[in-house]
Write a protein that binds this ligand. Structure first.
Ligand code: T5A
Ligand code: NA
Length: 212
């Protein structure tokens, strides 16, 4: 049995990740694949509840401590991801380690500190990085009340995502990280994503999932 593909959608706030992840999971299931959604942070676990409180400013945490909690939240899901992939399930993740690195580096933590805790996690077969200019993002509703939802933090995170992209492409190959314009209607963006996912599904032939 062929293993499932591990596909990640990344991008700045309001780029439409959650909208597109939901559509992609539906379309995969409608076209004969088995697929499921994996949201990061997963706010339902014990660690996820601490992250949720932090994001809603109900709790204060040291920058390094919250960085490690975001990573721990991925590690507690890693075995299930590997097991499901091996059983032929395609997993579509709404954010992953790359958000963790970019957001923490944008706060000023050293880049290598930000990378290290996620080393060894399942390696996505394809990461689609959705990009929208800030002026388009701002038409999709004002930034909300959660931590990081402000223009200054978003600008610095955008710069760090560029560094993350270079790192992933250098270590794992250019075809693992692809930038996708998220400008246009939801259907237009969906069509762009589907074409890239379709290509990636054909390339996933090896049985073993790589490591970050
Ligand atoms: N974080 C996360 C870390 O610091 N470290 C980590 O390790 C991780 C994993 C929460 C925060 O945590 C940080 C990053 C974040 O700041 P979250 O819960 O994923 O992360 O963030 P959300 O606030 O849920 O998601 P976003 O604001 O980023 O939004 P999305 O998912 O990009 O966008 P979506 O799909 O919800 O769409 C936003 C709005 O735009 C509309 C939608 O209908 C919706 O109203 N829309 C469009 N409108 C017009 N045209 C289109 N093409 C549209 N597509 C969507
Ligand atoms: Na979202």
């Amino acid at each position: 049995m062929a293993r499932g593909a591990f596909i990640v959608l990344e991008g700045l706030d309001r780029s439409g990740k959650s909208t597109q992840v939901a559509k992609l999971v539906d379309r995969l299931n409608q076209t004969g694949h088995k697929a499921r959604l994996q949201k990061f942070p997963d706010r339902t676990t014990a660690i996820g509840k601490m992250i949720d409180a932090y994001l809603q400013s109900q709790a204060e945490l040291d920058d390094r401590a919250i960085h490690l909690l975001f990573s721990a939240n991925r590690w507690e899901c890693a075995e299930a991801i590997k097991r499901d992939l091996a059983n032929g399930m395609t997993i579509v993740a709404d954010r992953y380690a790359f958000s963790g690195i970019a957001f923490s580096a944008a706060k000023g933590l050293p880049f290598t500190f930000c990378l290290n805790p996620d080393a060894g996690l399942p390696l996505p077969d394809l990461t689609l990085y959705l990009t929208v200019p800030p002026e388009v993002a701002s038409t999709r509703g004002a930034y909300g009340v959660e931590r990081y939802e402000n223009l200054d933090m978003q600008t610095r995170t955008r710069e760090q995502f560029a560094a993350v992209a270079r790192e992933v492409q250098a270590r794992h190959g250019e075809d693992r990280w692809v930038q996708v314009s998220a400008v246009g209607t939801i259907d237009e963006v969906e069509a762009r994503i589907w074409e890239l996912v379709d290509g990636a599904l054909r390339r996933v032939d090896e049985t073993r999932v790589g490591e970050l």
